[in-house]
Each structure stands twice: as C-alpha cells, then as structure tokens.
Design a protein around this ligand. Structure first.
Ligand SMILES: *Cc1c(COP(=O)(O)O)cnc(C)c1O
Length: 455
C-alpha cells in the first residue's frame, strides 16, 4: 500500500465563510469589561485599538461571516492546506489507530498565524490604517503580520520579547525581510517599557509587557491600530478555515475523527481545527472528543482560575473572563515560546468550562521525543508548540493499541520547526529542563486578580 496519503482540495474549496462557534453555544459568552469602569465595553471603547469590522466580528453571534475575496486570494498561496494520513507513524507505533494531521506549516511564515494576520491587515487597510503595532514572543506572530503587512502595504512595528529578540535572530531577520520594524521589549519607546527598564535595565521581557507597549502606542495615534495574534474571538474565527477544510478532507478520506487534538497557547490553532467539529456536534452531529494540550510550565487551562483578568502586564487591555494564571505571572523559560501566555482565549475557556473539551498538560522533553519520532516517520520537523499536539496524538494512538480498537485521530500541526532547531539541538544534547511553574508565584498573581462585581 502507498505510504504517502494526502488529501488535497482544489482552490475553489477554500472556505467562503469563517465559522462562529458563538452561534451554536448553549450560553452567550460573558461580556468583556472596561478596565476602568468594570462595565461591559462597547464598540467605541475598542475603536482606538481595532478597526470596526474586527470589533463587529469580536461580538458577532452570526454563524457564518463571509471571507472577503481579497483575503481568499491571499489564502490561495497556501490554502487549502493538506491533510495527511500519517501511515508511517502508525506503522512505527504499531497501532490500529488512524492518525491524520492538518499541516499549517505550509504557509509563508510557517504556521497557522497568517490565516488571521492576512484578514486583520486587510480590514485595517480598508479602514485607512497605515501602521499596526503588535507584540511577538518567539517571533511567529510578528513574522506572520510582517508578511501580511507587506501584502497590503501597511507598516508593522513589532515589540519582541527581549530574550527572544536576542535568542532568535533568524525570526527577527524574517520580520525585517518582510519590511517590519522589530524592537526589543521592554523598550524606551513607551511609558510602560520605560517604567520597567527604570526598575530593571536588563529585564528579559514578557508577552504581557510587549502587549502593553504595542497597545499604548496604538491608543495614542490616529493612523495606528493594534493587532493580536491569538486569544480574541475574531482571531479564533479567522482560524476556522483549518477545521472547515479538514471536514471536507475527511469526506474525501471517507472517515470522521473520533478525537481532535491541538496545542494551546492563547487557543487560536486549537479553535481553528476544533470549533467547526464542535459546532457540528452541537447542531446534532457526531460526537468528537476534543483535547487541548498545554505546557506543564504554563498550564492556564488545567491549573488556572476561570476569572476576569487583564490581557497584559500594565493593565491597559479590557478584562476578559478566561482561564488565567494571573497577568503578573511570568512563566519559566521553555522552548515553545508561542505557549508562554498567562491566559487562554475566552471562547476556548468557555467550552472548557461547559465540559465540551478536555485539557491536558505535558512537559517539554516528552513533547520533543514525540516530535523527533514524528519527524523520522513523516519527514516534517514540527514547531516546539506543535510537539505538544504530536505527543497527545501518539499517546491516544498507543491507547488504541492497548485497547485493541481503531479510532480516527486528527491533530493540528500548527507549524514547522525550521527556526527552532536550537531547541532540537538542546533536546539531542540532553539539555532540556522540565521546569515546574512556581506555584507560589501563580498564587500571588491570582490573589492580585481584579475584583469584578458579581454578574
Ligand atoms: C503561536 C503558535 C502557537 C500558539 O498559539 P495559539 O493561538 O494557541 O494557536 C502554536 N503553534 C505555533 C506553531 C505557533 O506559532
């Protein structure tokens, strides 16, 4: 039998709509609150940061939102992304399970993030915006938005967490190649950055700090808006092209997943692959087990509180109800930089609260072990973030073997690891540390959660 099984859709099969899970949920999502008044925010409160079209998507309850033709045109460069059956991995594991993966590593920036970067840049350009500020941790979001800015003629300023800025010169070079400006954060370009540098000139930075810097600048300038690469509802929405395509590809395969798996940082690639399947289930379709996989060193879904919290360190952002470790918590250093965020997207948090999904946490060493096993079988080196999904998929396949049942397992390969080879070098050299998050630090950060009037 042919080992290489790939389900390819033609370009006309790129989805024409994004899918909005809110339309099918049994309860409405909790409102987003203003950081000052603690009252639900209105569109005007968000207008300094985002163009109206994206604010409308953020609060939309429509099931389907049309994808503008210019966005579909850009998607054509790499979408529909392929769905693969991982036959060689199945053989290596000697499992009766059918393992499938959706490869989002085929985009120009090498991950799922351009799915939303392109949409966000498009709506900003339509609104006459000339500059977008943003933050980036490991550099994947920054390079995705830099690519989208190049496509739509928008200048991009990326505040990059200082440790990553120093450790990941190739991601920085990629952003600059696309024409973006990349600044190490904390920087002295903003009041929030200067305040932190005054206390500690060698501060390593964090995603929460970089968000504060980018938000501060966007709020001050009329021709400048802010873009976030995860967490928000409109980001989840844009990523649903992944799951919709996967559903069509499963039809080609004459199969349907029993289990859907993705890694979770802010939750967007997870929402992208899982929400269309969850929606079908909520509308009376087949039940799917959905598993969110996070790092043990930053376990917001499995160990965080479900509470209102800020998205950033300087507390400039609105408050959202989410699973959080506290906005002052700084996760320990580990290689999956895209998963080092204190909170989880509100919609992903809500479906967890509603019992519609499962969550689990893994340490990085077993994830890299899985990633290497996957690379040797399938030839693709996953991003360190994606290795969390690979680990869970392999564990589910091994469970099938133990139980002697054949289940269909789908996981999202959120990106390739070509810019993360230092992490693989460290793994091969036995130098990876499986750090625990500091429980006392999380307790402290959670004690500092904002108090919000009872709903
Ligand atoms: C950013 C990133 C993630 C984590 O972000 P989500 O919003 O949780 O998807 C996961 N994988 C890759 C490759 C990323 O770049």
């Amino acid at each position: 039998m042919n080992d290489t099984v790939k389900y390819v859709l033609s370009e006309e099969r790129i989805p024409k709509f994004w899918y909005n899970l809110t339309a099918d949920l049994p309860v409405p999502p909790p409102p987003v609150l203003h950081p000052g008044t603690l009252k639900p925010v209105g569109p005007d409160d968000l207008a300094p940061l985002f163009p109206m079209a994206l604010i409308a998507q953020e609060v939309s309850t429509e099931r389907e939102i049309e994808i503008p033709q210019p966005v579909r045109e850009v998607y054509r460069q790499w979408r529909p992304s392929p769905l693969h059956r991982a036959r060689r991995l199945e053989k290596a594991l000697d499992t009766p399970a059918r393992i499938y993966f959706k490869n989002e590593g085929v985009s120009p920036a090498g991950s799922h993030k351009p799915n939303t970067a392109v949409a966000q840049a498009f709506y900003n350009r339509e609104a006459g915006i000339r500059h977008i500020t943003t933050e980036t941790g490991a550099g994947q979001w920054g390079s995705s938005l830099a690519f989208a800015g190049a496509v739509f003629g928008i200048e991009i300023d990326v505040y990059m967490v200082r440790v990553s800025y120093n450790q990941k010169p190739y991601r920085r070079a990629l952003m600059e190649t696309y024409g973006a400006r990349c600044v190490a954060s904390p920087s002295n370009e903003t009041a929030s950055g200067r305040a932190i540098l005054a206390k500690n000139p060698n501060h390593p930075g964090s995603l929460g700090i970089a968000i504060s810097e980018a938000v501060e600048l966007a709020a001050q300038r009329d021709d400048t808006k802010y873009a976030l690469g995860s967490v928000l509802n409109h980001v989840m929405l844009h990523q649903t092209v992944i799951g919709q395509e996967a559903m069509a590809q499963f039809e080609l395969a004459n199969d349907y997943p029993d289990v859907v798996i993705a890694c979770t940082g802010g939750g967007s690639n997870f929402a992208g692959i899982a929400f269309p399947f969850l929606g079908a289930q909520l509308r009376g379709g087949k039940h799917v087990r959905v598993i969110a996989v996070e790092p043990s060193a930053c376990p917001s879904l499995t160990k965080g509180a479900y509470a209102y919290d800020f998205g950033d360190t300087a507390h400039l952002t609105p408050l959202t109800k989410m699973h959080t470790l506290g906005s002052s918590f700084t996760p320990p250093g580990f290689h999956a930089g895209g998963l080092r965020y204190h909170g989880m997207g509100p919609l992903v948090s809500l479906v967890k609260e509603l019992g519609l999904i499962e969550a689990r946490a893994y340490h990085q060493t077993p994830c890299f072990e899985a990633g290497v096993q996957f690379a040797r079988a399938e030839g693709i080196v996953p991003a360190p973030e994606s290795n969390h999904a690979v680990r869970a998929a392999i564990d589910e396949a091994l469970r099938c073997k133990e139980e002697g049942v054949s289940r269909s397992i789908l996981f999202n390969l959120s990106g390739h690891g070509h810019f993360d080879m230092q992490a693989y070098i460290d793994y091969q050299a036995g130098n990876l540390l499986d750090l625990e998050y500091a429980e006392d630090e999380v307790a402290l950060a959670l004690a500092g959660l904002p108090s919000v009037p009872a709903e």
